[in-house]
Design a binder for this molecule. Structure first.
Ligand code: TPP
Ligand code: SF4
Length: 245
C-alpha cells in the first residue's frame, strides 16, 4: 500500500510533551516537514531557546544545542560560523526572543547571519505560568497585569517581524498564524522559504508564528484558536515583510 502520510523523520516517535491544544507541536511538525522535504535533517543543528519551546528537545531527531534564555541567536552565530556546512536554526518564544534576548536577535539579524529563526508569539510567558510578555496585547490579562496590560506603564506590544524587517541585512521576514488549516498551510510554505534562504546563502531569515497558550490564557483550545483570529491577527498582520530575490 502506498504511504501518503507519515510522521516526519525529523521528529522522534515520542508522545507530545505539550498541553492539550497548544500549537507548539504544530509549529514543530511544520519545521520538521520542511527539513525533511529539503533533505536537511542530517546536517541540521537546532539551537533551543528557553521556555515551552525547549520541551521540544525530546521531539527533534537531529543535533541540538541548548542556549541560555534569549541567547540562541548568539549561540547559533557561533555554531554557523564554525560549521558553515551545517543548517542552523533557532526556536524561540516571545519571552525568550523579545524580552531577555532582544539584543541578541536584533544584532544577529542586523549582521545578516546566515541562520534561520522561528519565533513563537503566544503573547505570554508560557512555561513560568503566564506573566506578561513584550507581545502581550493591550488589555490582555496576565499574572503580572491582572487588570489587563496598560501601555501607560508597560508600553505597547512589540511587533518583532516589522522591527526586523526595517533592518538592511535580513533576507526573509514573515509572520504567519497557526490557528486554522488555511493559515497552517501558508506557514508551512513560509517556513520552507525561510529555510531555503539559508541553503542558498542569502542571509538571515525570520518567521514569526502566532500561537496560543490555552493553559495560561485560561481558555479551551477552540476558544484559544478563535482568540488568535479575533485579537492577535488584527494587531499582528500576517504576510511576508521582506523577501530577497
Ligand atoms: C536567565 C533566565 N531568566 C529567567 C528564566 C525563567 N524563565 C524560564 S522560561 C521563561 C519564559 C518563557 O516564555 P516564552 O519565551 O514566551 O516561551 P513559552 O514558554 O511561552 O513558549 C522564563 C522567564 C530563565 N530560565 N533564565
Ligand atoms: S504552558 Fe502554554 S505554551 Fe506551554 S505547553 Fe502549555 S499551552 Fe503550550
Amino acid at each position: 500500500m502506498q504511504k501518503i502520510y507519515a510522521k516526519p523523520e525529523s521528529l522522534n516517535k515520542v508522545s507530545s510533551p505539550y498541553c492539550p491544544g497548544c500549537l507548539h507541536g504544530v509549529a514543530q511538525k511544520l519545521m520538521a516537514q520542511a527539513l525533511d522535504s529539503l533533505g536537511l535533517r542530517e546536517k541540521s543543528i537546532i539551537v533551543m531557546g528557553v521556555g515551552c519551546v525547549s520541551l521540544g528537545r525530546t521531539y527533534f531527531n537531529m543535533d541540538m544545542v541548548p542556549a541560555a534564555h534569549g541567547r540562541a541567536p548568539a549561540v547559533a552565530t557561533g555554531v554557523k560560523r564554525i560549521r558553515p556546512d551545517r543548517f542552523v536554526f533557532t526556536y524561540q518564544g516571545d519571552g525568550d526572543l523579545a524580552a531577555i534576548g532582544t539584543s541578541e536577535i536584533i544584532h544577529c539579524a542586523n549582521r545578516g547571519e546566515n541562520i534561520t529563526t522561528l519565533f513563537i508569539n503566544n503573547a505570554t510567558y508560557g512555561m513560568t505560568g503566564g506573566q506578561m510578555a513584550p507581545t502581550t496585547l493591550v488589555g490582555q490579562t496576565s499574572t503580572t497585569t491582572p487588570a489587563g496590560r496598560d501601555p501607560k506603564t508597560t508600553g505597547y506590544p512589540l511587533k518583532m517581524a516589522e522591527i526586523i524587517a526595517t533592518l538592511e541585512a535580513p533576507a526573509y521576514v514573515a509572520r504567519f498564524a497557526l490557528n486554522s488549516p488555511a493559515n497552517i498551510l501558508k506557514a508551512a510554505k513560509g517556513i520552507e522559504t525561510a529555510f531555503r534562504m539559508q541553503v542558498e546563502n542569502k542571509g538571515f531569515s525570520f518567521v514569526e508564528l502566532l500561537s496560543n497558550c490555552p493553559t495560561n490564557w485560561h481558555m479551551k483550545p477552540l476558544d484559544a484558536l478563535a482568540t488568535i483570529e479575533k485579537n492577535m491577527i488584527p494587531y499582528y498582520p500576517l504576510g511576508e515583510f521582506k523577501v530577497r530575490k
